[in-house]
Design a protein around this ligand. Structure first.
Ligand code: CP
Length: 308
C-alpha cells in the first residue's frame, strides 16, 4: 500500500510507487467496469461532491459517473448556482460541505493553490480537478494509464508535449509524472508560451515542433487557450496552426505507430488537425474512457479501509 494520503493535490508530491499503485488499481477498476455492469460497492455509504468554479465536461462527468458506479451518494455544485455568487469564500463553502458529512470534495478552481488551501481547511479528502496553471493530477494519471496500456511501460518513452505549455496544468502534471516513471519529456511551442527555466527540470524545451516530434513514442497536443490571444501571445490562429499545429505532415516525423493524445477539449484545425485527431494512432477517445477507471481508482484509494 504505497498511497496513504488524505488528499490528491498534485503529481509533484507523489513518488513512482504511488503512481504505479494508482495505475494498477485503475486496471482493476477498468476490468470491474467491463465485467460487473458498472456497479461496485467500494464507495457504499460515502458522499462525494464536485465543486467546480470553472467549466468542465470530461473531468466533472467522469468523477460523477465514477462515484455513482461505486455506489456513493454523488452531488455537483457549480459556483454559478451556489452561495459563491453571494460572496461566500472557498474555505467557508468547504467547511459548510464538510459539516454535511462529505467524504470527498473534488475541486476545480482558477487559482493555483486553491486545492491545497481547501485541503488544509476541511476534514474531507480533497481531489484537485485542476487549479489555475498549477496541476491537473487525474488528467496526467489517465494519460499515463493510456500510454502504459498501449505501450507496455512508461520507462524510456519519449513523450512530446506540444502547444501552450505556459498556461497548461496538464503539461505540468504530465511532466512531473512521466519523469518520475522514467520517461523523457520534450516540450515545444511558441516562445511566448514556454515558461522560462523549464529545461532545468530535465526535459527538452524547444520552439521547433518538428524536432520535438521527431522519433517520439507519444505526441500530445495541448489546447490553445484562445482567450489568451488578446494578450498578443501569438499572432493569429492561422499562423499558430501553420507553425505549431500537429498535422499529417508533422506526425509522420514521430515513430511509426506513435500515439496521438490530447486532453480535450480540442480546437480542431488549430493545435491539431482533424485528420490527426481522428487517425488510427489517435487514443484521444480512449483517454476519456480511461478517465473513469482512473478516477474510480483515486476515489477508492483515498477512502479505502481494506484491500480490493
Ligand atoms: N481535460 C479536461 O480537463 O477536460 P474538461 O475541461 O472537459 O474537464
Amino acid at each position: 500500500m504505497a498511497f496513504k494520503r488524505k488528499d490528491l493535490i498534485g503529481i509533484r508530491e507523489l513518488d513512482a510507487a504511488e503512481i504505479t499503485e494508482i495505475l494498477d488499481v485503475a486496471v482493476q477498476m477498468k476490468r470491474l467496469l467491463e465485467q460487473n455492469g458498472k456497479k461496485t460497492p467500494h464507495l457504499m455509504g460515502k458522499s462525494i461532491i464536485t465543486l467546480f468554479y470553472e467549466n468542465s465536461t470530461r473531468t466533472r462527468m467522469s468523477f460523477e459517473l465514477a462515484s455513482k458506479y461505486m455506489s456513493a451518494a454523488a452531488a455537483n455544485i457549480s459556483a454559478s448556482a451556489s452561495s459563491v455568487q453571494k460572496g461566500e469564500t472557498l474555505i467557508d463553502t468547504g467547511r459548510t460541505l464538510d459539516r454535511m458529512g462529505t467524504d470527498v470534495l473534488i475541486l476545480r478552481h482558477p487559482m493555483s493553490g486553491a486545492a491545497q488551501l481547501l485541503a488544509q481547511s476541511v476534514k474531507a479528502s480533497v481531489i484537485n480537478a485542476g487549479d489555475g496553471m498549477n496541476e491537473h493530477p487525474t488528467q496526467a494519471l489517465l494519460d499515463m494509464f493510456t500510454m502504459r496500456e498501449k505501450l507496455g511501460s512508461l520507462d524510456g518513452l519519449e513523450v512530446a508535449i506540444i502547444g501552450d505549455v505556459l498556461h497548461s496544468r496538464v503539461a505540468r502534471s504530465n511532466l512531473w509524472g512521466l519523469q518520475k516513471m522514467g520517461a523523457h519529456v520534450r516540450l515545444a511551442g511558441p516562445p511566448t508560451l514556454l515558461p522560462v527555466e523549464l529545461d532545468k527540470l530535465g526535459c527538452t524545451v524547444s520552439t521547433d515542433v518538428d524536432s520535438a516530434i521527431e522519433g517520439a513514442d507519444v505526441v500530445m497536443g495541448l489546447r490553445v487557450q484562445l482567450e489568451r490571444q488578446q494578450k498578443g501571445l501569438f499572432p493569429s490562429v492561422r499562423e499558430y496552426a501553420a507553425r505549431f499545429g500537429i498535422n499529417e505532415k508533422r506526425i509522420k516525423l514521430a515513430k511509426p505507430g506513435a500515439l496521438v493524445m490530447h486532453p480535450g477539449p480540442m480546437n480542431r484545425g488549430v493545435e491539431i488537425s482533424s485528420a490527426v485527431a481522428d487517425a488510427v494512432e489517435s487514443v484521444i477517445e480512449e483517454q476519456v474512457t480511461n478517465g473513469v477507471a482512473v478516477r474510480m481508482a483515486v476515489l477508492y484509494l483515498l477512502t479505502r479501509k481494506e484491500a480490493l
